[in-house]
Ligand binder design. Sequence first.
Ligand code: FPP
Length: 246
Amino acid sequence: MAVPPARKPRHLAVIMDGNGRWAERRHRPRVIGHRAGVRAVQACLEFCLAEGIRSLTLFAFSSENWNRPADEVGALMKLFLRMLDSEVGELHRRGARIGFIGDRAGFPEAIRLRMNAAEQLTAGNDAICVNIAAGYGGRWDIAQAARALAVDVAAGRLDPAAIDEAAVASRLSLSGQAEPDLFIRTGGDLRISNFLLWQLAYTELWFTETLWPDLDQATLRQALDDFASRERRFGLVSSQLTEVPR
Ligand code: FPP
């Protein structure tokens, strides 16, 4: 198994938490925090492009977020729609390949159409993969991979004895991209919250009290510096880690 040295992450996965509290501290409606969160998304993307990070996966809306108060879900849908109209062109210009992961079934048709259009428009780009997790849950992801395996077995295309980790991984969201090297969660909570459960198996975890709308380059720099100082052993011992090509 190739063990990459812990220097720069190739893939950054982010839980953008704290929008609601950011707004509440200002005695403003929560949606104002989500709007401020969009600016932090832009700052994070700039940072990733400057650092040569190849994939950025953002947890925008979890499968559990559907259960939030209807007015907040409605406001988020409006914000997503507006973002898809205003940001996709610029992302395309910057060479970002956009992908959405998650169950799209619950989203309004206008959003689903724009998700598909954004993916098609940017499919040929390779500066960075921007994966937006929307209607996403790690358990959903594993369940849909299991379903895909079952379909292949039932159709006679797959021998159950051939189901190994690679077979599961190839049917998960984000297959084909390196697994996240670094996970950042803003907002102070120390949880994974049903994000990329399979894909985070050997990811370095980094948490900050900073609320998502307050995210700045210095905080991201701190995360990368901390990441660079860690020894990633992937179950091996230190002496086995030298001179492994990346
Ligand atoms: C979590 O904060 C944040 C969300 C549920 C929404 C995140 C959305 C954005 C940052 C804007 C859109 C971005 C994209 C990429 C489409 P919270 O509401 O749980 O905050 P709290 O913990 O303070 O209540």
